[in-house]
Every structure is written in C-alpha cells, then in structure tokens.
Unconditional design. Structure first.
Length: 469
C-alpha cells in the first residue's frame, strides 16, 4: 500500500507493514512511537521508512526515513494501522468497566450466534469465533496491529459482528484507536490498575475516552445507571454527540425491578424499553443480573432487534472461569472457579453464592504480584467478613515474594488459613468440604498458567479441582 493512502502526505513510497517494536523494523515499515521516543533511534538505525513520533524528537527526515512529529503519536499510529487494515466487520462494539467485561462480551457473542449471525468476541478469553474454541491472547486488549489485523481477517471470513473487551490500558494507549465503534457499554468503576493509573480520576478518564473519542458520533453508550459516575459519563457522552441507554435499578431504558435466586440461576423481573418482562437466566448473583441487562441493551442496539435479543438471552451460559461450576464432591459440595481479582469482584462473587449455600461458604484466593498492593488487605477483610472459611494462597506472584503478599492479605483476614502452594491449598480446601458447602476458587478463572519469579508454569484451577473430586 502507498504511504499517501495511509497518512496525509504526498509521499507515495510503498509500505509493507507497521509495528511499534523497533526490533522488527526494516525498510518499508512504519514505526509507531508509543514509548515516548525511547526506541526511535533504534527504529531509525534499522531503516524504518516512516517514524511517527512526538514533537520533541530531535532527528529530522532523510531520503530513506520520513519522520512525522505529532502531538499524539499513539493515536496517529493507530489511525495509520486502521487505514492499512481497511476491511473490517460492519458492526464493531466494545465493553469497558472494571468488572464484567468478559461475561458481557461472551453473552453478546452467544446471543448474536443464536440469532444466526456470524459473530466473534475479542478479550481476556482470546478471540472466539461463533461457537468455536477460543484462540488465546496474552492481553485483554491486544496491541494495535494485532487488533486491526484480526478485525480485517474476521471481515474476510464473513463475520459481520464483533464485540471487544476494552481495558483501560488498551483505551488510553490507543490500541483500539481508529476503530469505528457503533455501540459501547460501561459496567462499573472500582479499584483496579492503580499501579498504572495512580488515581481513580485517571482510571475513569482512560475509560471515558472510549465514549468521547472512539464511539462514533450518534452511536449508543449503554451505561450502568446505578454507579456513582453515571451522571458524569452520561453528560460526557451527550456532550460528544452520543446517545445514552441506561440500565440497572435506576435505569430508564432497561430497569431491574427484582432478581430472585433459583436453584439453577435466577428470575429477573425487568422493564425492557417500556415493557414489563420476566425471564429466567442460568446465572447466579446480582452482578450477573447487571451483566445480563448490559448485554441486553448493547445487543438490542447492535442488532436493532430487541424482541429477538430478549428471546435468546435465556439460552446463554456463563463464560469460562466466571462463576463456573467445575464440579461437586462425593458429598455434593459445589466448587466454583471465578476470575474475581479486585475487591469489588470478590465481594460480588461471595455475596452471589450466599443464597445458593445451605451450609458453609468457603473462599480461596490470593493477589497478584507487581500490581496494586493497596487492594490486598481490602480483599482480605472482604473475605474475612463475608465467607465462613477463607484460604489465603498464591495467585500470580510474578517477581514479588509470595510470602509477603499473603502476609498483607492476612493482616486484615484473621480467620484466613495461609497455604503457600495453590495446588495444595485447593486440595486441602476440597478435602474440608461437607454436604451443603460451596467453595469459590477466586482470582485466576480461565487462566492456565501461573507467573512465579518471572516464569510461567502450567497451572489451572479447573484441572486441580478435577484431580481432587
């Protein structure tokens, strides 16, 4: 493709690839500076045809390398990548928020597939096409080139609908820049990723960019009306020319009137775009009820077929590792695996399972290393206050000392049983279950690896459960 087809320039040199990794650069490549100029010289020396960078870069263009200096190189790079991979599915939507992204993206893909559409989801579980097994991804929101290339490939395969999880990192780093989103949803905002964003204000600002800067003008913002930041989000969306659909107990468009726990899920009484409806979903917990409402709102606006969406929502199943009933012991105790790794998510999942627990509610969890340490005692207190039995073990210690991580959790969790080895902790927890008990293994969900001392070892909560029942 010619450069003048990608960027606003008269230069017609041939471009073969784009990358943000200076080590991959060679002639015919556009290098996007997303590291504040740290690797520009390397890209220059490796023969980049174009370098998109900030205005502080001191080198000037040469006949071999065109240097383009802009205020926001990450956005300019994303826009160039989008032009390079022009062919995309017609209907691309995104869901953001601290918790619930994976479930909602999965629910929408399931609904669309049941409706006979070719639909895919992209996110923490990987790339899932229709009902095919997931293709794993290392990040909730992959790098910019991967995102656009996969979207182009999906379009070539005839996929008309894609729902993407949009992490705060992926949004503010413009990994999803240049994508024409028609619908975007917001779940909630609770403590997470403060090691990166530093403040909750910065965290919210990152997520808000999806609605103000990336959602198409006239597109639909599906917002949780029950959260503290709803009014601000709503105002920002309307100001930037977006339409708002609200959901929740305070929702105007999709209002939750009552959620009633059942043996195999729950019954929801809702007001759905002006009509009173009762429906049963095979999902436990109020937070899943809220996820269902968001999925309903987004799918209704994506398809413009709200009645069909309502019909198929009752046929969905939970996403892997999200309150996933993995097995039962011989005495009938139930064991669930859930990805809950934030204070809010842990509180929600424990509260969700309390109505389904006849005897004692057990929870096993840890906290990741090299991440926000402030949430560790908070999560310890939540488990201590809400569960009957608590096992504190390792999650993904990464490069931190796992003993110290557990100590920080235990400082606010006096009833916690400290077991360093996660496999041994799971084994002991299952052995201690009695009839009518429920055990929640929280934190790792669908993951099949454990990060310890900088290395990744194979580990699956699902597999450990099946070994011990």
């Amino acid at each position: 493709m010619k450069l003048n087809q990608i960027l606003k320039t008269n230069d017609d040199r041939e471009i073969y690839c784009l990358t943000a990794d200076s080590r991959e650069v060679k002639s015919g490549y556009i290098y996007g500076d997303i590291s504040e100029g740290q690797y520009n010289d390397s890209a220059f020396e490796n023969g980049a045809s174009v370098i998109i960078t900030g205005k502080n870069y001191t080198k000037e263009s040469t006949p071999e390398t065109l240097i383009i200096k802009v205020d926001n190189p990450a956005l300019e790079y994303a826009t160039a990548v989008s032009k390079f991979y022009q062919h995309k599915p017609q209907n691309i939507s995104a869901i953001t928020g601290t918790n619930g992204k994976t479930s909602i993206a999965d629910f929408i893909r399931q609904i669309l597939t049941l409706m006979g559409e070719k639909a895919a989801s992209m996110g923490t579980l990987g790339l899932i096409k229709g009902n095919l097994p997931p293709i794993p991804s290392p990040n909730t929101t992959p790098n910019c080139v991967t995102v656009h290339r996969e979207l182009s490939e999906l379009a070539d395969e005839g996929y008309n609908f894609v729902i993407m999880e949009a992490s705060s990192h992926g949004i503010c780093q413009y990994r999803i820049g240049g994508i024409p989103f028609k619908v975007a949803g917001f779940t909630n905002l609770t403590r997470d990723h403060l090691d990166y964003h530093k403040t909750m204000e910065n965290y919210l600002a990152a997520k808000t960019l999806l609605f103000t800067d990336m959602l198409e003008k006239g597109g639909y913002a599906v917002l949780n009306a029950d959260i503290d930041v709803f009014e601000k989000l709503c105002k920002d969306c309307l100001k930037s020319g977006k339409k708002v659909v609200s959901y929740g107990y305070k929702g105007k468009d999709i209002k939750l009137i009552k959620a009633e726990p059942m043996v195999h899920g729950q019954r929801l009484d809702i007001e759905y775009f002006g009509k009173n409806v009762s429906l049963e979903v095979p999902l436990a917990g109020e937070f899943q009820a809220m996820n269902v409402l968001c999925a309903l709102g987004m799918a209704a606006k994506i398809t413009k077929k709200p009645a069909q969406v309502l019909k198929y929502i009752t046929q969905i199943h939970g996403a892997k590792g999200r309150l996933d009933l993995v097995g039962r012991t011989k005495n009938g105790a139930a064991i669930y695996v859930d990805y809950a790794h934030t204070p809010d998510a842990l509180e929600n999942v424990i509260k969700a399972m309390r109505p389904h627990t006849k005897n004692k509610l057990h929870v096993l969890f840890g906290c990741g290393g090299d991440r926000d340490a402030g949430k560790r005692p908070i999560m310890g207190k939540i488990a201590n206050d809400l569960a009957d039995v608590v096992y504190v073990t390792d999650d993904n210690p990464r490069t931190e000392n796992p003993d110290l991580i557990r100590e920080q959790i235990m400082s606010a969790c006096p009833k916690g049983i400290n077991i360093p080895n996660r496999a041994e902790a799971i084994k002991q927890a299952i052995t201690n279950l009695n009839e009518g008990d429920v055990l929640i293994l929280a934190g790792k969900g669908h993951e099949t690896g454990q990060y310890v001392n900088g290395k990744i070892y194979h580990f699956s909560d699902h597999e450990e459960v099946l070994k011990n029942i």
